[in-house]
Write a protein that binds this ligand. Structure first.
Ligand SMILES: Cc1ncc(COP(=O)(O)O)c(C=O)c1O
Length: 420
C-alpha cells in the first residue's frame, strides 16, 4: 500500500534525511508516543537518547512556560540572563571534577565538541588531536573528522581537517582488550606522533553510534596518565553518556577519572536544544575576549528546560530508577541471550545497553539484516528501537530514565516476542 503521508515527506525533504517512522508523531507522554493513526509505541529511541526525563516532563514544561511569559531570546554575550548562569552554576557544581570549573553554553553536541577542541588547541598551543575508531562526535567538519565511523557519517564528505588521529577503542567482544588498546595508543604516540604536539585526547566513556561499547576504568585511567605525563588535555564527550544515561549522573563516575574538558548535550534540557562545554577554570579562562560565542547558545527557554531537568533529578530518584531499569533489562536480555544463538553480547553501563546480533555465537559474524528484521518487528509490536555499531548490528536501548517499571517490563516482553 502506498503511504501518502510518506510521499508528502519524500517530496519535501532530502532522501538522506528520511525518517524511520512512516507516520507523523502527534503526542508524547513520558516513555510513550502516539502517531497520527493513533498507534501507541514505547519510545526506546527517545529522540536519540535525548529524552532522559521523558516526553514533556511536568517540571520541564512548567519552567518553559514561566520563561515564555518573560522573554524568548537574548544573545548571552550582550544581554545575560539568570537561567543560563544558573545552568552553568549547577553543572559546575555537579560535574565530578575536583577543581574550579566554568561552563559555556551552545546549541548542539557537535558545536560543543568543536568548541572543546578549539579551547584545547588554544590553551596548549598544540595542533594534534587523538580520537577513537568507532567514536562519534557530530556532523560538522571537525566533529566528522574526529568521528571514527566512516559509513554513513564521513563517506564522500572529505577532505577532513588535518591533525586528527584515530586509535583503537577497547572492544573486548571483538578481541580488542584494554591491554591491546593501550599498547596501540602508546606505540602510536611514540612513533607516528610527537606527544608534545598533541593538544587533546577526545573520548566517549561508552561508544554511542559506535556500538554501545563501554570503556573500562583501566583504559580511561591510562589515558589520564598519558595526558598528565605529556601536557595533553583529556576531553570526555559526554553528549550521550551524561544526565543519568549510564546509571550515574555523568559517565565519568563509572571510570573514576576527571577530564579537563567535557561536552554535554542530549539529555541536558529534556528535548530543548542546548549543549555545554565545561572545563577547568584556568583552561576555560585562557581564551581571549569574545574568542568563543554563539548567537542561539544558552537559549533562555532551553536553559529553563534544563533547570527543570535538574530539578527532576534532584526530586524524583531518577538515578535509583536507572538501577531498577538496568536490572530488569539485563536479567531479561541475558535470559534471551542464553536461548538465542544470534545474540552474541549484551553490554553497557547502567541502562545504556547494547545487544550485539551475530550470525552465530561461534562465528560472531555481524548480522545487520537480522537487526533490521528485529527492529521492524519491534516497531510493528509497538516498541521503537534503533541500531548502532560499525556494522549496524547492535540494537541499543535509549528510553527515558523515568520509564515506569511496568513499561520497562512491557518493552522487554515486546523485544522477546520480536526476535524473529
Ligand atoms: C557522543 C556524541 N557526541 C556528539 C554528538 C553530536 O551531537 P549533535 O547531534 O547534538 O550535534 C552525538 C550525537 O549523537 C554523540 O552521541
Amino acid at each position: 500500500m502506498v503511504n501518502l503521508l510518506n510521499n508528502e515527506i519524500i517530496s519535501n525533504v532530502p532522501n538522506a534525511w528520511l525518517s524511520s517512522l512512516e507516520n507523523y508523531i502527534t503526542k508524547g507522554k513520558n516513555a510513550e508516543i502516539w502517531d497520527s493513526t493513533g498507534k501507541r509505541y514505547l519510545d526506546y529511541v527517545g529522540g536519540y537518547a535525548v529524552l532522559n526525563t521523558g516526553h514533556l516532563h511536568p517540571r520541564v514544561v512548567k519552567k518553559v512556560r514561566e520563561q515564555l511569559d518573560n522573554f524568548s531570546h537574548s544573545c548571552f554575550a550582550y544581554a545575560p540572563h539568570e537561567n543560563a548562569v544558573n545552568v552553568c552554576n549547577e553543572l559546575n557544581n555537579r560535574y565530578p571534577i575536583n577543581d574550579s570549573t566554568k561552563t559555556f553554553l551552545v546549541n548542539s553536541g557537535a558545536e560543543a565538541v568543536e568548541n572543546a577542541v578549539k579551547i584545547a588547541r588554544y590553551f596548549t598551543g598544540r595542533k594534534s588531536i587523538i580520537s577513537f575508531n568507532g567514536g562519534f562526535h557530530g556532523r560538522t567538519y571537525l566533529a566528522m573528522g574526529l568521528t571514527g565511523k566512516d559509513k554513513p557519517y564521513k563517506q564522500g564528505f572529505g577532505p577532513f581537517p588535518d591533525f586528527v588521529h584515530h586509535t583503537e577503542y577497547p572492544y573486548e567482544y571483538r578481541g580488542i582488550t584494554d591491554e591491546l588498546a593501550i599498547e596501540k595508543l602508546d606505540t602510536y604516540l611514540n612513533t607516528a606522533l610527537n606527544p608534545n604536539e598533541v593538544a587533546a585526547i577526545v573520548i566517549e566513556i561508552q561508544l554511542g553510534e559506535g556500538g554501545y561499547i563501554p570503556a573500562s576504568g583501566t583504559f580511561i585511567q591510562h589515558l589520564r596518565k598519558v595526558c598528565d605525563e605529556n601536557g595533553i588535555l583529556l576531553i570526555f564527550d559526554e553528549v550521550q553518556t551524561g544526565f543519568g544515561r549510564t546509571g550515574k549522573m555523568f559517565g565519568a563516575e563509572n571510570v573514576d577519572v576527571e577530564p579537563d574538558i567535557v561536552t554535554l548535550a542530549k539529555g541536558i534540557a529534556g528535548g530543548f536544544p542546548l549543549a555545554a562545554v565545561l572545563g577547568r577554570s584556568h583552561i576555560m579562562d585562557s581564551i581571549h575576549d569574545a574568542g568563543i560565542g554563539s548567537t542561539f547558545g544558552a537559549s533562555p527557554v532551553s536553559c529553563a528546560a534544563s533547570l527543570g531537568v535538574l530539578e527532576a533529578f534532584d526530586n524524583e530518584d531518577i538515578i535509583s530508577n536507572t538501577k531498577i531499569q538496568e536490572k530488569i533489562m539485563k536479567d531479561a536480555l541475558n535470559a534471551m541471550m542464553d536461548s538465542c544463538d544470534f545474540i552474541g553480547d549484551i553490554r553497557g553501563y547502567g541502562p545504556m545497553i547494547g545487544v550485539e546480533i551475530v550470525e552465530s555465537k561461534i562465528s560472531k559474524i555481524p548480522d545487520k539484516s537480522k537487526v533490521n528484521k528485529i527492529l521492524d518487528q519491534c516497531k510493528e509490536n509497538g516498541l521503537l528501537l534503533v541500531s548502532c555499531g560499525q556494522e549496524g548490528n547492535v540494537i541499543r536501548f535509549m528510553g527515558p530514565l523515568t520509564t515506569p517499571q511496568n513499561q520497562v517490563e512491557e518493552a522487554m516482553e515486546i523485544f522477546k516476542n520480536s526476535l524473529v
